[in-house]
Design a protein around this ligand. Structure first.
Ligand SMILES: Cc1cc2nc3c(=O)[nH]c(=O)nc-3n(C[C@H](O)[C@H](O)[C@H](O)COP(=O)(O)OP(=O)(O)OC[C@H]3O[C@@H](n4cnc5c(N)ncnc54)[C@H](O)[C@@H]3O)c2cc1C
Length: 467
C-alpha cells in the first residue's frame, strides 16, 4: 500500500464511479486530490466564460464534497507536469493516479507527466474512465478503426460493459498544510463575466439531472421526442459528461435497468439513447486514430473546397441575426444558455457551411467558445458531419433546407418564439419560407437565398471531387 499518493482530477470532477480515485483510495493511506488550473489569459479559441464559469462551479462543489469526507482539494496553476512534480517533491508521494483524457492535448500532457514520474520513480497509474470502450477496443475484423458509425455501434454495443464503482468514502487525512490557490473565478483567466444561464454545477445537480431523465419518463419517450427542440426532451447531460460529473458506467447501467422488463417501445427508446452515447465514443475514437481532423477535412476529397464566406455573414450568424428564424433561435439559445439542441446544431452548422460558405473551422471554434458542453471530438465530428467532410458525414449533396427543417421540427414555432422574442406574434407558417418583407420591426430579411447558395455549394463539392 502506498503511503501517500496523488489523485490528479482532470475531467472527472466527482466522487462516485470515478475509476482512478476509487483505486487510489483503496491502495493508499492518504490521497491528495489535486486540480491544476490553466494559465492562459483573456481569450481562448477553444473555450469561453460559460464553460469556464461552469468549471469554477464544479470545482467549488468538488471541494465541498471532499471536505465532507475530511479531505481537501489542492489547487495549483501552471503546466500539469511541472506542478505535479512540485507536489511530489513537497509530499513525498510515491504514486500518481489519473483518468486518461481522450484529447490530443490531454494525451500529450500525460506523456510529459509519465516521463516526470519515471524520473522520480513515482508510479503512474492511469485508467480508462471517460468512455465505456477505448478507441483501441472497438476495431473491425482487420484490427483497424471504423470509418463509419453503424458497424462501430454494432461492435460497441455487443461488448460487455464495466459496472459502476461505489462512491469514495475516505481519502485518508487531509493535507492541511499544503499550499493551495483559492477556488477560481473567471478573473483567474481575466475573462469577462459569464452572461449565459448555465446549468447548476456540481456532482449532486448532475445526478439529479440524470435521475430526472431516467425516472420521469424522458428516456422512455426519447426516440419520439429527441428531435423536438422546444421544451426539454433530450437528457441535457452533455455538460455533465464533459466534466465527468456523472460516470458513464452508471449512466449506462441506469438506462439498461430502465429498459429491463419494459415494453418494446421503451426498450427501443433506451437503445436509441445508448446509440447517442456511442456517437460520443465514435468521435473520440476518430480523433484518436486521425488526430489530423482538428486541422483538416477527414475526407481528403474535400480538402480543396473553397471557403470564402463573408465576415459580416459570420458575424450575423454568431449574433443570431441572419433572417432565418430557426438559425437565429439556435444561435441565441447558444448565447443565452451555452447549450443548443442537437437538431438545431445540425441546422445552424449546415447553414454556416453550405449557405454562407464560411469555413467549418470557424464554426467549430465559435461553438467551443460558447458551449458549456464543448467537447473537442464531438464538436469536430459534428462540424465535419455538417460540412460533409467528416467520417460518416452527411453526403455533400444532402443539404438541409432551413425552411423545411423548421416546418418539420418546429411546426408551431414554439422554439423560435422562445429565443427570438420579436417574432412572438408572427404566425408559424411565416417561418417555413422566406418572405419579402421583414417578419417584425428590426428583424432582418434573410441574408442569403437558400436555393442559390445550395447550387453554389454543390458545384464546389463536385469540382473538388473531380480533382
Ligand atoms: C455541429 C455540432 C457540434 C456539436 N458539438 C458538441 C460538443 O461540443 N459537445 C457535445 O457533447 N456534443 C456536441 N454535439 C453533439 C450533440 O449535439 C450534443 O451532444 C447534444 O445536443 C447534447 O445534448 P443532450 O445531452 O441533451 O443529448 P442527448 O440527445 O440526450 O444525448 C446523450 C448524450 O449522447 C452524446 N451525444 C448525443 N448526440 C451526439 C452526437 N451527435 N455526437 C456526439 N455525441 C453525442 C452526448 O454526450 C449527449 O449528452 C455537436 C453536434 C453538432 C451537430
Amino acid at each position: 500500500m502506498a503511503q501517500v499518493s496523488i489523485h490528479w482530477f482532470r475531467r472527472d470532477l466527482r466522487l462516485t464511479d470515478n475509476t482512478a480515485l476509487h483505486h487510489a483510495a483503496r491502495a493508499s493511506e492518504q490521497v491528495i486530490p489535486v486540480y491544476i488550473l490553466s494559465t492562459w489569459k483573456r481569450r481562448h479559441d477553444w473555450t469561453g466564460p460559460s464553460r469556464q464559469a461552469f468549471l469554477c462551479g464544479n470545482l467549488a462543489s468538488l471541494a465541498k464534497n471532499l471536505e465532507t469526507i475530511n479531505s481537501r482539494l489542492i489547487l495549483r496553476a501552471g503546466a500539469a507536469d511541472e506542478e505535479l512534480e512540485k507536489l511530489i517533491l513537497e509530499t513525498g508521494a510515491t504514486a500518481l493516479y489519473a483518468n486518461r483524457d481522450p484529447d490530443p492535448f490531454g494525451k500529450a500532457m500525460e506523456a510529459s507527466v509519465a516521463a516526470m514520474c519515471q524520473k522520480h520513480e513515482v508510479e503512474l497509474l492511469s485508467f480508462k474512465d471517460v468512455t465505456l470502450h477505448g478507441p483501441e477496443e472497438v476495431l473491425n475484423g482487420e484490427g483497424k478503426p471504423y470509418r463509419v458509425f453503424t458497424p462501430y455501434f454494432r461492435n460497441w454495443f455487443s461488448q460487455e460493459k464495466a459496472t459502476p464503482l461505489p462512491t469514495v468514502k475516505s481519502l485518508g487525512p487531509a493535507a492541511a498544510k499544503l499550499k493551495s490557490l483559492p477556488l477560481p473565478t473567471l478573473q483567474h483567466w481575466s475573462l469577462p463575466p459569464c452572461t449565459a444561464s448555465t446549468p447548476p454545477p456540481g456532482e449532486r445537480a448532475a445526478r439529479e439531472r440524470m435521475k430526472d431523465f431516467i425516472f420521469s419518463g424522458k428516456v422512455a419517450a426519447y426516440a419520439d421526442m429527441r428531435n423536438t427542440p422546444s421544451g426539454r426532451h433530450s437528457s441535457c447531460l452533455s455538460p455533465d459528461l464533459r466534466y465527468g460529473l456523472i460516470g458513464i458506467r452508471e449512466l449506462y447501467q441506469r438506462c439498461q435497468k430502465a429498459a429491463q422488463g419494459a415494453k418494446a417501445t421503451v426498450k427501443a427508446s433506451v437503445e436509441t439513447y445508448l446509440k447517442e452515447l456511442a456517437w460520443r465514443e465514435f468521435y473520440m475514437a476518430v480523433l484518436h486514430h486521425w488526430p489530423e481532423v482538428l486541422e483538416m477535412e477527414f475526407n481528403p476529397e474535400f480538402r480543396s473546397v473553397p471557403w470564402d464566406g463573408k465576415e459580416q455573414h459570420y458575424e450575423a450568424w454568431k449574433e443570431g441575426r441572419t433572417g432565418f428564424p430557426i438559425v437565429d433561435a439556435g444561435m441565441r439559445q447558444l448565447l443565452a444558455t451555452g447549450w443548443m439542441h442537437n437538431r438545431v446544431r445540425m441546422i445552424v452548422s449546415m447553414f454556416l457551411t453550405k449557405d454562407l460558405h464560411v469555413h467549418w473551422r470557424l464554426g467549430e471554434s465559435w461553438f467551443m467558445q460558447q458551449l458549456v458542453d464543448g467537447e473537442i471530438a464531438s464538436n469536430n465530428g459534428g462540424w465535419q458531419w455538417s460540412a460533409g467532410t467528416g467520417a460518416d458525414a452527411a453526403p455533400y449533396f444532402r443539404i438541409q433546407n432551413p425552411w423545411t427543417q423548421t416546418k418539420r421540427y418546429d411546426p408551431e414555432g414554439e422554439y423560435i418564439k422562445q429565443w427570438v422574442p420579436e417574432l412572438k406574434d408572427v404566425p408559424p407558417e411565416k417561418f417555413f419560407q422566406p418572405s419579402d418583407a421583414p417578419l417584425a420591426t428590426g428583424y432582418p430579411l434573410p441574408i442569403v437565398d437558400h436555393g442559390q447558395e445550395r447550387e453554389r455549394t454543390l458545384k464546389r463539392f463536385k469540382m473538388a471531387k473531380g480533382r
